[in-house]
Design a protein around this ligand. Sequence first.
Ligand code: ADP
Length: 490
Amino acid sequence: RIEELRHADVPPARHLIDGSFVPASDGGEMEVISPLDGTRLTVMARGTVADAEAAVAAARRAFDDGRWADMAPAARKAVLLKWAALIEDNALDLAVLGVRDNGTEIGMALKAEPLSAAQTIRYYAEAIDKLYGEIAPTAPGSLGLVHREPAGVVGAIVPWNFPLMIGAWKLGPALAAGCSVVLKPAETASLSLLRIAELAMEAGLPAGVLNVVTGEGAVVGASIAESMDVDVLVFTGSGATGRRLLEASARSNLKRVYLELGGKSPNIVFADAPDMDEAVKVSANGIFRNAGQVCVAGSRLLVERSIHDAFVARLTEFVQGMKVGDPLDPSTAAGAVNSLRQLEQNLGFVAEARAAGRDIRTGGARILEETGGYFMQPTIVTGVDPSDRLAREEVFGPVLAVIPFDTEDEAVAIANGTDFGLAAAVWTANLSRAHRMIRQIKAGVVHVNTYGGSDLTVPLGGVKQSGNGHDKSLHAFDKYLDLKTAWIKL
Ligand code: ADP
């Protein structure tokens, strides 16, 4: 089935605006290049400012006339549950389409993309009719009620590494809350999101409640960010773009902006880690799956000096056994780098580390160039100094920086020594130390004796320059629901 889908024709992609699939207003298109072989997969609409404005206007109308927000919670829930079921029914097709567009290995894509998106949508759909308001503990003589109301029109700008998963983290709670949405997918991963938007229409989502505009971030994304009619802007992507979105909000209507940005997440292995085999395997997967293109990737490995050489040797051996290549082969551990631009950026980091005399322990090069695809060896760089660019800036590729440490305090100082604060991990059998580290590490999530695991019940978000606000869990609703107080004199 995968082989059949691998070569299936992909029709030209159009925007979804006000319930209809439409080309760009000026007829503009852009090529969709597959990272699997560098060939043209299809074309998609190159959105204009007019397209973005039309989508926002449609979302505004849909919100203001209450066609979704005022529907009975049970009715909205039924639509979203049907949508989740349709996504599941089409999971393999969606996963393969997404892989051809963005390069993630199919084993991971299937779980992390359509199936995770369906779960997310279902999770928030099921919460719709369990969101009660509050009665405040006021003094006698007055009654304070706290209502929760949908925040309005949501602009959602999402990246290319996990378009469906991250898209659903925004769409699930936003739509469940009763908001309407204008979604801007990334240039290099729009197809599967457009397809699930089509399924949303099939499930009965009213026209205009979900709109999708494809094209360039600097045009479509910027227009959404500048709009006076967007109430909330949610974003996952780079810090540079996040900064622009905050500026756009300040220039326009002070829309609330929630950012999930990059990381340089420390994965800290102490000599007393309970299971070194597990630590090796999970650390490798924590950075190299999806070719390192994971916002929470454990891209800095901090290893206690007494075990540093042995741990690096075992890690290197494990990593050299990871199968890199064709993402549509189910046995592949790490697929393609998303774009040529990204590949060149990854190789630039390696070249700089090499020039600085760092040890490229394994990897460091482009491979399978004859396929035309964008593949890179998993790369381990040792002897990295915490001040190196490789230790401070996000690569967003399969490049691991290894840094030795001697004491717990030093590990904390190195771990906290970047502008980021997204994820972290600590490997130790010492319970007190684990709790000390959890307290001291500045990050949105600290894993203990594992890396990267989580589920929908826990929030995901960053501190410092990794962002604000949270996806996942019931806390995600906070972004999409306004509190309104009613103060009544009795
Ligand atoms: P990356 O460098 O990883 O592609 P970006 O932050 O550039 O990260 O991209 C994430 C999302 O932000 C994409 O959907 C992209 O189109 C969008 N984007 C890029 N530039 C802008 C911008 N100036 N304004 C709004 N959105 C943007």
